[in-house]
Ligand binder design. Structure first.
Ligand code: GLU
Length: 491
């Protein structure tokens, strides 16, 4: 086999999803098994949604898991830079090559034209997509529009007929119709590359041999293959991993389940158990269900991957985690683990400024701060509903708190307070009508330490999950109710 080089290419646009860890795990194992290299590349070309903060979290979460990479923005390497925002001139140069060779073309269609086209296609019940309007523009016309400074994108010419065969290492050949794939935009009107151009250019220049990623990318692969062909580059080998699923069989989402790696760390899962569980999502047990990264590296066999997709069952993960705590840790090791987790001066120290006033004896301390360490609290429905309010409206209000908090990038007491004020204004409720149920949701009790400080210290992940649990205690929201509410909220 040629040198094995794999990469994880996350976008730093939110908390690190367990799906990212799951991919990183198989990248890591494949690289180790083949004595290859594992690269971390940051796909931050979406300027509006990318944040440095999320990149920092990404590095922290992956390091906590113990999946070290050989090259990346923080450790360097021979094929850098490893952050796409630092590679813009490389993409521009490659896009220009494709235009010059006739594989790509500038498209001047306005968003109004595209909207009208979409409406017509919907009306005629045709496939919705770009009609290739700017494909045939004469060179002089293009020149004139460029001179006039008309806004444009660059599109890739896709074949209209026949089938594209995606060779997937796990599934064999997959046939997809070219006719169903639009002339893909490669460069946006602001000059930034799209994911499709950047991923291919980078995977090639970084000499990636195996692209291991989620199944949801299969339908994009023909666009990538077309680009490899247009550039005259060899294709990498693709390994599309099965999806992680919610208990109802849909793609795992944070609507109901905790999906971020940081949630699992904060809730007290250990990295070995989380990785073991993620491995079981695609790979059969090795002897038994509990196995180490080393065992997986030794026995991993792509042919054994279960392609059906697996339900992420948090109870089963909890069971496995318990085994790691019981079977692999002496009491001394467990104590060290607890200290490294949250039972330490740093975390406890942050509670003292606001707990100092609230103690009669030292013995009051631990019971009052227990919720800062708990995996879950159990608020009572009647405590969550302030006087003269109804359970259903409080559940709806809590859902909007979840959305408001999802937008807080700098998670501190001011960020939380601002989100709470937005929610109160949205509902035209007094702030107290929002904060009272929130305290109960976060602490499980009717009285607790100050809300904003508590939420700040609890962190976004546990806060979010506790709000969802509280909503559940109030009877929850149906999907339909939630989507109606969301429209209203985002207006
Ligand atoms: N940036 C993409 C993501 O966030 C990478 C997909 C790929 O691995 O090609 O999932």
């Amino acid at each position: 086999m040629t040198d094995v080089r794999v990469r994880i290419a996350p976008s730093p646009t939110g908390p690190v999803h367990v799906g990212t860890a799951y991919q990183a795990l198989f990248d890591w194992v494949w690289a180790r098994q083949n004595e290859g290299q594992f690269v971390l590349r940051i796909e931050d070309t979406d300027q509006a949604r990318s944040h440095e903060k999320y990149e920092e979290q990404l590095v922290q979460s992956l390091r906590w898991l113990g999946l070290a990479w050989d090259e990346g923005p923080d450790v360097g390497g021979p094929y850098g830079p490893y952050r796409q925002s630092e590679r813009l001139s490389i993409y521009a140069e490659h896009a220009a090559k494709l235009v010059a060779s006739g594989h790509a073309y500038p498209c001047f269609c306005t968003s109004e034209r595209l909207a009208a086209l979409r409406a017509e296609q919907q009306e005629r019940r045709e496939r919705v997509g770009y009609d290739g309007h700017c494909r045939g523009l004469a060179a002089s016309e293009v020149e004139a529009k460029m001179q006039a400074g008309c806004a444009h994108v660059i599109r890739l010419e896709m074949p209209k007929e026949g089938a594209c065969i995606v060779e997937d290492m796990l599934r064999g050949p997959i046939s997809l119709q070219w006719g169903h794939i639009d002339d893909q935009v490669l460069v946006k009107s602001d000059g930034f590359p799209t994911y499709h151009l950047a991923v291919v250019v980078d995977d090639h220049l970084m000499r990636i041999s195996h692209v291991i990623r989620g199944e949801e990318w299969i339908t994009s692969t023909p666009k990538h293959l077309m680009l490899y062909e247009a550039f005259g580059w060899p294709r990498p080998t693709y390994m599309h991993l099965p999806l992680l699923l919610n208990p109802d069989g849909s793609k795992m989402s944070k609507r109901r389940n905790p999906t971020s790696v940081e949630y699992y760390r904060r809730a007290g899962y250990v990295p070995q158990a989380l990785l073991n569980y993620l491995a079981l999502m695609a790979h059969p047990p090795i002897g038994e269900e509990k196995f180490t990264l080393e065992q997986l590296t030794e026995h991993f066999d792509p042919a054994k991957i279960n392609l059906g997709g697996s339900i992420f069952d948090i109870d089963k993960l909890g069971w496995l985690n318990g085994r790691y705590l019981r079977e692999d840790r002496t009491p001394e090791a467990l104590l060290a683990e607890l200290k490294g987790w949250l039972l330490n001066d740093e975390y406890v120290g942050q509670m003292l400024p606001f707990m100092r006033q609230r103690l009669e004896t030292l013995g009051d301390f631990v019971p009052r701060v227990a919720f800062f360490f708990a995996r879950q609290v159990e608020p009572k429905a009647e405590d969550l509903v302030p006087k003269k309010r109804e359970a259903a409206e409080v559940a709806r209000m809590l859902q909007t708190v979840v959305w408001a908090l999802d937008e807080v990038v700098e998670w501190d007491k001011d960020g939380v307070a601002e989100a709470v004020r937005r929610v109160a204004a949205h509902w035209a409720w007094p702030v107290r009508a929002v904060t009272v149920p929130l305290i109960v949701a976060l602490t499980g009790e009717r009285v607790g330490p100050p809300l904003f400080e508590s939420a700040a210290l609890l962190g976004p992940e546990l806060t979010r999950m506790r709000l969802l649990d509280a909503m559940k205690a109030l009877g929850g929201l149906s999907k339909k109710q939630a989507s109606r509410l969301e429209k209203d909220w985002r207006r």
